[in-house]
Design a protein around this ligand. Structure first.
Ligand SMILES: Nc1nc2c(ncn2[C@@H]2O[C@H](COP(=O)(O)OP(=O)(O)OP(=O)(O)O)[C@@H](O)[C@H]2O)c(=O)[nH]1
Length: 197
């Protein structure tokens, strides 16, 4: 059976209740948006495979030991923005070292209710050395872009393992070609799935 992904890792969305974490995840994985708010008890868990730089990444939408974290606030809630600092300190305390982070100001479609300026988001992201996106799960603004960017950051942070994966993959390919040339029956090729969970 064809390999469905090369690398498996987890992304976590954190932020105050109601900022749109579940909706961001559903928009990214299923291209769906739900206008009702049913508070998540525990964790939502979704998977999606995307291809970045020729490598197929399978992301788990949620996890406790995550390789990448979205810190999400709602641009129509100053309070959710103020709480980002608390979320960042929790991440610094509990997340594994080297975890990649991106700041998200969600509900960017709610311009008339805006309480947090785009510059405030940019400034906070600069202070913490993070990338920043304003998104809308409702209109699909910057969803793919932000998930792809976090994926790229995770890949960069795991460059060494990735190089090993590429070398292994090219060896596998060369071996398969050789076997084909020699007319050998195709044996089971070990799949080189990497997990950074
Ligand atoms: N206008 C607008 N509404 C949004 C957007 N994203 C989410 N919402 C709405 O905000 C509410 C909360 O969204 P959820 O995704 O359930 O929020 P959450 O952060 O997962 O909430 P908890 O599970 O309680 O932590 C829902 O009514 C959504 O429809 C958005 O981009 N724009």
């Amino acid at each position: 059976m064809a390999k469905q992904y090369d690398v498996l890792f987890r992304l976590l969305l954190i932020g105050d209740s109601g900022v749109g974490k579940t909706c961001l995840l559903c928009r990214f994985t299923d291209n769906e948006f739900h206008s009702s708010h049913i508070s998540t008890i525990g964790v939502d868990f979704k998977m999606k495979t995307i291809e970045v730089d020729g490598i197929k990444e399978r992301t788990l939408g949620c996890s406790l030991a995550a390789a990448g974290i979205f810190l999400v606030y709602d641009i129509s809630s100053e309070r959710s923005y103020q709480h980002i600092m608390k979320w960042v300190s929790d991440v610094d305390e509990y997340a594994p070292e080297g975890v990649q982070k991106i700041l998200i100001g969600n509900k960017a479609d709610e311009e008339q209710k805006r309480q947090v300026g785009r510059e405030q988001g940019q400034q906070l992201a600069r202070e913490y050395g993070m990338d920043f996106y304003e998104t809308s799960a409702c209109t699909n603004l910057n969803i793919k872009e932000s998930f792809t960017r976090l994926t790229e950051l995770v890949l960069q942070a795991h460059r060494k393992e990735l190089e090993g994966l590429r070398t292994h993959a090219s060896h596998e390919l060369a071996l398969a070609e050789l076997e084909e040339e020699e007319g050998k029956p195709e044996g089971p090729v070990n799949s080189s799935k990497t997990c950074w969970c």
